[in-house]
Design a protein around this ligand. Structure first.
Ligand SMILES: [Zn+2]
Length: 439
């Protein structure tokens, strides 16, 4: 229902039928390109659950007072454990509204608590009296959002985290949006971030071909992620390069900075100057490749998602550094689904902290994965133009570049920067709230 309401809200601006989602990446020729202004963003359908929850018909205590059952006017029901209700009392003694945080101390919570009395204050609110006479009230909308049913939790999860991915291969219809639009229009900025989360890559077009645009982009979302290479960094051919990116050589598919414990979630690459020949950018959907690998060679997937690789980065830039880290090439969640790729062949250490017998199986597995990444079916090639800013999910999308001839002076120049997903998702939620005019 929340979804339906969001669509109704959008319908004033959005062509019917487009409000729900982006077309699949392999269909539709203009993924956000061109006429983006009034097209719905994919995440709007996952809009923050809206008001209009049904009223409450009946409320009762069950399970000897350990559970409260709410019956809604639409006939559905929700069940709330009393320990959770007491823990989440919204009264000023238990909850600091200015910080939107719990004041109640855990040691003051009776984890075996039962209700003394529960009643329906009106159809929009329930009241509970606890054995110590403390009184709590809970609004219908507040309760509905926090319903423990599988369906309600999935809806809340989707609204908070936009977990859905749209996988792509060489058939990617590269999402593009004007830089100016996302800088000054909240709906466009929201669409940008939703697409970045869902597809993993968006090109912002028409930025000025000079340094400094990424600093502005950083202010737009909140702030950039500082690393040992500085707040932003210049990808160009440099004498005595302290990074393989700062040469004219080919870069094979990699994610940036797996040598950090928490690698940057989002990367920005702003093309300031482009070489006439070579220097094409290659990208591949790492999560899609992981699914393929799991299907094709589960053993290789198992190896890459269990063996930790040593990474190293030693040098001097923003300051001097000697960074070391252990990362699995494929980080997986409890269901074995890839959640982050940590693969950079340049900074993979010569030190390899595994037993000798495991070394060859590891290389064989990595070869399988690397071949998949480079398969014609999966990789996508694109040459950035001056003014393009490639924004992408550095936990999911691997990138590389083709070599280019070295010349006199700088023939190719990209400025790069990072942001954390926490910052990006925070901005996305705030933009959505603003657009939908919700608290
Ligand atoms: Zn209270």
């Amino acid at each position: 229902m929340w979804r339906a309401v969001a669509n109704v809200l959008l319908r004033t601006k959005v062509p019917r039928g487009r409000a729900c989602s982006l077309p699949p990446a392999h269909k539709g020729r203009t993924l956000l390109a061109g006429t983006t202004r009034h097209r719905a963003a994919p995440g709007l359908r996952a809009a923050w659950p809206l008001s209009m929850s049904p009223g409450i018909r009946k409320v009762e205590a069950l399970d000897a007072g350990h559970l409260v059952r709410v019956e809604w006017e639409d006939g559905s029901e929700s069940r709330y454990p009393c320990v959770w209700l007491r823990d989440n009392c919204q009264c000023p003694h238990c909850f600091l509204h200015s910080a939107r945080a719990r004041k109640l101390l855990f040691e003051d919570l009776d984890v075996n608590i039962v209700v003394k009395e529960v009643s329906l204050a009106d159809r929009k609110k329930i009241s509970i009296t606890w054995p110590d006479e403390h009184a709590s009230e809970y609004g219908a909308e507040w309760l509905k959002k926090r319903c423990f049913s599988e369906e309600a939790r999935a809806e809340m999860r989707e609204a908070l985290f936009l977990p859905e991915h749209q996988y792509w291969g060489s058939d990617l219809q590269l999402p593009k949006m004007p830089f100016e639009e996302i800088m000054y229009n909240d709906e466009s900025a929201y669409k940008w971030l939703c697409t970045l989360k869902k597809v993993g890559i968006v090109i912002l077009t028409g930025a000025a071909a000079r340094q400094g645009e990424l600093i502005k982009l950083g202010h737009r979302i909140g702030f950039l992620r500082l690393t040992f290479y500085g707040p932003t960094w210049q990808v160009q051919d440099k004498a005595d390069a302290n990074n393989v990116a700062y040469t004219t050589g080919k870069l094979c598919f990699h994610t940036d900075y797996p040598v950090l414990q928490h690698p940057p979630g989002v990367q920005f690459l702003h093309c300031i100057k482009q070489t006439a020949t070579g220097g094409e950018t290659e990208v591949v959907d790492g999560f899609h490749a992981c699914n393929k690998l799991k299907e094709k060679n589960p053993q290789a997937y198992q190896v890459l998602s269990s063996i930790a690789v040593d990474y190293t980065d030693v040098g001097r830039d923003y300051c001097d550094f000697a960074v070391q880290c252990k990362q699995r090439i494929i980080d997986v969640d409890s269901r074995g689904q890839a959640v982050r790729i940590n693969y950079n062949n340049a900074t993979r250490d010569t030190v390899f902290d595994i037993t000798a017998e495991k070394v060859r199986p590891f290389y064989a597995a990595l070869k399988e994965f690397n071949d998949l990444l480079n398969s014609a079916e999966l990789k996508f090639t694109h040459k950035l133009k001056p003014g393009d800013i490639m924004t992408f999910d550095n936990w999911r999308v691997l990138h590389g570049r083709q070599s280019y001839p070295s010349g006199s002076g700088v023939t190719r120049h990209l400025e790069g920067a990072y942001a954390d997903w926490d910052v990006v998702m925070s901005r996305l939620r705030l933009l959505r709230k603003k657009i939908l005019n919700r608290d």
